[in-house]
Design a protein around this ligand. Sequence first.
Ligand code: ADP
Length: 500
Amino acid sequence: MATAVSTPTMDPNVSAFVSAKRKLFINGKFVDAASGKTFPTFNPATGEVLANVAEGDREDINRAVKAARAAFDTGAWSKMPTAQRGKLIWKLADLIEKYQEEFAQLESLDNGKPLKISRVADVPLTVEHMRYYAGWATKIEGNTIPLILRERSKFLAYTLREPIGVVGQIIPWNFPLLMAAWKLGPALAAGCTVILKPAEQTPLSALRLAELIQEAGFPDGVVNIVPGYGETAGAALSAHPDVDKIAFTGSTEVGKLILQAAAGNLKKVSLELGGKSPNIVLDDADLDSTIPGAASAIFFNHGQCCCAGSRLFVEKKIFDKVVDGVSQIAEKIQVKAGFEPDSDMGPLVSEEQMNKVCGYMESGISEGAKAVTGGARHGNKGYFVKPTVLVNTNDKMKVVQEEIFGPVVTAIPFSDPSEIVARANDTIYGLAAGVWTSDIKKAHSIAAKLRAGTVWINCYNIFDPALPFGGYKQSGWGREMGHEVLENYTEVKSVCAALD
Ligand code: ADP
């Protein structure tokens, strides 16, 4: 007989953390917002207020930029021996690991995701990400360059790779802690100082991280964490004349606003934006792994992933079988509050997000799409949505063209493999794509033609700190992760010396 698994109780430190007013982290200290204002963050499983957080605004962004600028200019971080810098980043990773259960619980409460997922995905990936960039702190270097138009022995030319300066980082709510690590890890390794603005829906894990930054002993002002709304705090950070660079992850729409705001002082910008990723199944694919792979490509993190495999293209011969298989998986997904031990899928992050996703499903169905499974809200409390498989769509429908950012896949049959790449590429986005086939030549030939920053072959959602991630087309500028992201946070200086 199976033993009943009890719902985990909240860690006492987490209860204490959410019940006290959370403050901004500026210049190494926790402070109230200059306006004195706070804003609520909600538990998406119940819609109830979870915590109250100081509401950062323009004035607080100004204070944080001042602190980050001072920390950069004094060289407290940028001139610190890189071995020491790397050790501090590593120490932060150790501390996150030490308090991993607290982080997993905070993430589940604030974002809604199952605790069992934040325990095995969000938090351990965050730790490994930090360690990977701790290693990079000591390995950022320039080159010696032999000149080609002069006598070689008469000049010594070399490049230096220097930190770009004061960096503003604006992150979304889908993986709150992990996105903070994606941004902070490389910026800190490069020697930059940072103002991080978490999403207003999910500021808690970043603020707990701030406590560990303090505990680890980072110099004051190196990392500042200022929660607040996008239109106020986010916009002020993007437009700030003393910020050298903005790194943003979020929607394509907001990415464009940030770009405009950044134009004032021509700060450097990197953007990791939306997607409408094609997941292509050829008729020779191994369906035992493809069907669960295609289901997980869309349903992981409730479809709230910029790379979600939301357009499932399946060769006609096997279409019914794949749709049936993915739909059966969808029906077995336990949609419950994240703290329930058997929850596979929690609520969406907010009422707004739930209404947006439901609106898309209604629009698709009103245009003739059919929901094989799902197609509506789940229950009437909290922000749950049923995992949904839509068929009978056409490539022009909104549900096929626009990013839904929810657990909704459109399954689309195709009969001519030679046309599939053009259809897969027929979107403004180019973030990720999947190909499922047992023919290695076809796999690589399709991968070469896809206009996407990541192509997964016979797998999906494989993330690794060493593997670059980012978008073609309107999915973004620049890359996160790997050593490529270090380009976002460094300037190259060429030094050329005449030797006689
Ligand atoms: P979503 O639509 O999924 O909530 P957004 O792209 O709106 O994603 O949000 C991602 C991040 O961008 C959040 O931290 C949010 O506060 C911030 N943001 C939203 N609007 C702006 C803006 N106009 N300027 C700067 N940041 C913004």
